[in-house]
Ligand binder design. Structure first.
Ligand code: PEP
Length: 258
């Protein structure tokens, strides 16, 4: 079944003390939460263990939130100084991992081929990739945004079997909207999400397409989330800046229209 999801990408923010406060606030809110939105937090790697300590609370039947890494190595193991492997993440109880974020594509030279390797490794350790795709402003202005996003989806994901693909979460993040305060309009988001879902349908059939969660990301906040999430193919959000303030993040969680 298609899952509503709100995931927070903290990026390279918060010192240890502040990270603890934010996790504590989210944890306490999740203890009381009765809704059906899945919450995922993606703190910096150093704080993942702290996050899994909260998430693995034995007093709760279900984990109060999923814990996602922001990156994983494309290599399996060995002499790759500074890298973190999929096996390491899995052994820490990490459930999700962001891959293909535009900042990693831009600053760290990640290609769809590298991203596909990362996705394969994550899936082999039963973690769910949150696959980010999205066009830059020039591509949108040139009317190429659909072509660009379709190619990103096809080249990073369409080698997967239907069973493998059913573990993928997609985040459409127009690069011009990330951290700019200028979100896509609900109509722009819906148009792209609908196209992505149709691509999945053509490749994997109706059931997989219907069940895939497609999140919107890019300056989504407590004020605009409701109208974005009201769109039929927007199943939630990947939230950057607004995920750093518990109150805002939780308001976004509560922005789905029934
Ligand atoms: C992101 O980086 O994934 C993101 C959506 O950032 P922001 O919400 O700050 O635009």
């Amino acid at each position: 079944m298609r899952q509503k999801i709100v995931a927070g990408n903290w990026k390279m923010n918060k010192d240890f003390e502040d990270a603890e406060v934010l996790l504590d606030d989210i944890y306490n809110a999740q203890l009381k939460y009765k809704g059906d939105v899945q919450v995922i937090v993606c703190p910096p790697t150093l704080y993942l263990e702290l996050a899994t300590d909260y998430a693995n609370d034995e007093e709760m039947d279900e984990a109060p939130f999923g814990v996602g890494a922001q990156n994983v190595s494309e290599y399996v193991k060995g002499a790759y100084t500074g890298e973190i492997s999929a096996q390491m993440l899995a052994s820490m109880g990490i459930t999700h991992c962001i891959v293909g974020h535009s900042e990693r594509r831009k600053y760290f030279g990640e290609t769809d081929k590298i991203i596909a390797e990362k996705i394969n490794l994550l899936l082999s350790y039963s973690m769910q990739p949150i696959y980010c795709c999205g066009e830059v402003l020039e591509e949108r202005e040139a009317g190429k945004h659909i072509e660009v996003v379709a190619k990103q989806i096809q080249s990073a994901l369409f080698h997967l079997t239907p069973e493998e693909f059913s573990n993928i979460i997609i985040a459409y993040e127009p690069v011009w909207a990330i951290g700019t305060g200028k979100n896509a309009t609900p109509e722009q988001a819906q148009e792209m999400h609908d196209i992505i879902r149709k691509l999945i349908l053509e490749k994997y059939g109706n059931e997989v397409a219907n069940d895939t969660s497609i999140l919107y990301g890019g300056s989504c906040n407590a004020k605009n989330a409701r109208e974005l999430f009201a769109m039929p193919d927007v199943d939630g959000g990947l939230i950057g800046g607004a995920s750093l303030i518990a109150e805002d993040f939780l308001k976004i969680r509560d922005s789905f229209v029934d």
